[in-house]
Design a binder for this molecule. Structure first.
Ligand SMILES: Cc1ncc(COP(=O)(O)O)c(C=O)c1O
Length: 382
């Protein structure tokens, strides 16, 4: 048996997504910028996909730019805000994805941007009062960049609250919603957001394609120079089948959003309860009240067996991760766990779920964790 519980790193492609992409790969080979029939067909498919993304997020079609994924979307948002919108200060957090944190380091060094990382508590919640104080002090044009949900520990941001604060104090807001697009409804017609990043491979779409939402009030210059694609903003021939696949995956996710959510959340909470009743001294990391339901991050008391747990799970058929994707199977430590003050001697494992997982798989996981740690029979048999 092979159990895939690393869906926060990437998800398997949906069958219907593969069908849509295959059909696009076979039929939509024309360059979408060409004016002949094949080109126009490709263009039409891309614009239909744009309409889908915009409609699902409550945006207008002119506010959606297709990118190569979440990393490019966040890089673009932050760099354009500094280059074109006069941003001099960026308020963020130490638990952001590296695509934001490393971009901030670059902007600090390269452009002298003043970067302030908010305090986070032991569950990974940002200090909202500190954010408000900073916004109140009015120190120059400011952008706030905070992720909607943390990819390692699943802590959810109160996006409405941050949005209201930014709006009230005239700050721009970028949010990395890579883990939440297609998992939580987001309505940009009602929520003040300047930039938002999304990525298809986190919701059963293809890798290497995502999007940047940019509020139409923000007028920026091209991100990439060359052709006139993406309304002159991002040059380069579009990834037609990737974009088509992303839109199909988004539609499918939205059609089943509530049912998928209920199911995945029940899986998460089942595994949490099973782990809790079978093992002692566990710690669940991240906010356990307001959480990304696809993620469960748990750490075990230090022991030589716990040290090897992730590796042994992999050998025995279970794929999970030690943190973010780059830490999968490799002990490189986690900047998120460090930021929340987690004990570095405890081994943390991130189990992350999709609607493709089953309860039977989770029973198998508990059994394998037990074997790996050398713990006795389950206390609560199902
Ligand atoms: C929160 C978050 N932001 C950004 C990214 C990067 O997205 P992509 O892989 O599409 O570049 C990821 C992916 O791991 C993520 O989890």
């Amino acid at each position: 048996m092979r159990v895939y519980l690393d869906n926060a790193a990437s998800t398997p492609l949906g069958e219907e997504v593969i069908e849509a992409m295959l059909s696009a790969m076979k039929g939509l080979y024309g360059n979408p910028s060409s004016i002949h029939a094949e080109g126009r067909q490709g263009r039409a498919a891309i614009e239909t996909a744009r309409k889908t993304v915009a409609r699902r997020l409550g945006a207008s079609i002119g506010e959606i730019f297709f990118t190569s994924g979440g990393t490019e979307a966040s890089n673009t948002a932050l760099k354009c805000a500094v280059r074109d919108l006069g941003v001099k200060r960026i308020i963020s957090s130490p638990t952001e994805h590296h695509c934001v944190l490393h971009t901030l380091e670059y902007l600090e060094k390269q452009d002298g941007v003043h970067v302030v990382l908010l305090k986070v508590d032991e569950e990974g919640r940002v200090d909202y009062a500190q954010l408000e104080d900073l916004l109140r002090d009015g120190k120059g044009p400011t952008l706030v960049s905070l992720m909607h949900a943390n990819n390692e520990i699943g802590t959810l941001l109160d996006l409405e609250r941050v949005s209201a604060l930014c709006k009230a104090h005239g700050a721009l807001l970028h949010t990395d919603t890579v883990q939440t697009v297609a998992h939580f409804p987001i309505d940009l017609s009602k929520t003040y957001v300047s930039f938002l990043s999304g990525s298809a491979h986190k919701f059963h779409g293809p890798k290497g394609v995502g999007f940047l939402y940019m509020n139409s009030e923000n007028i920026v210059r091209p991100f990439l120079h060359g052709g006139a694609q993406e309304r002159n903003m991002r040059a380069g021939t579009e990834n037609t089948h990737g974009i088509v696949g992303m839109a199909r995956a988004l539609d499918l996710a939205y059609e089943e959003l509530d049912a998928r959510r209920a199911y995945i959340e029940s899986l998460r909470n089942y595994l949490k309860e099973q782990l809790r009743s079978n093992f002692e001294g566990l710690q669940f990391h991240g906010d356990q009240d307001h959480y990304l339901y696809t993620v469960l991050n748990v750490s075990f008391p230090p022991s030589p067996k716990a040290e090897l747990l992730l590796l042994n799970l992999d050998i025995n058929g279970i794929s999970a991760s030690g943190g973010s994707a780059c830490a999968s199977g490799v002990d490189v430590g986690s900047h998120v766990l460090t930021a929340i003050g987690a004990d570095p001697d405890r081994k943390a494992i991130r189990f992350s779920f999709s609607n493709y997982n089953t309860l039977e798989e989770l029973d198998f996981v508990v059994e394998q964790v037990r074997k790996s740690l050398g713990v006795g029979e389950p206390s609560i048999p199902r």
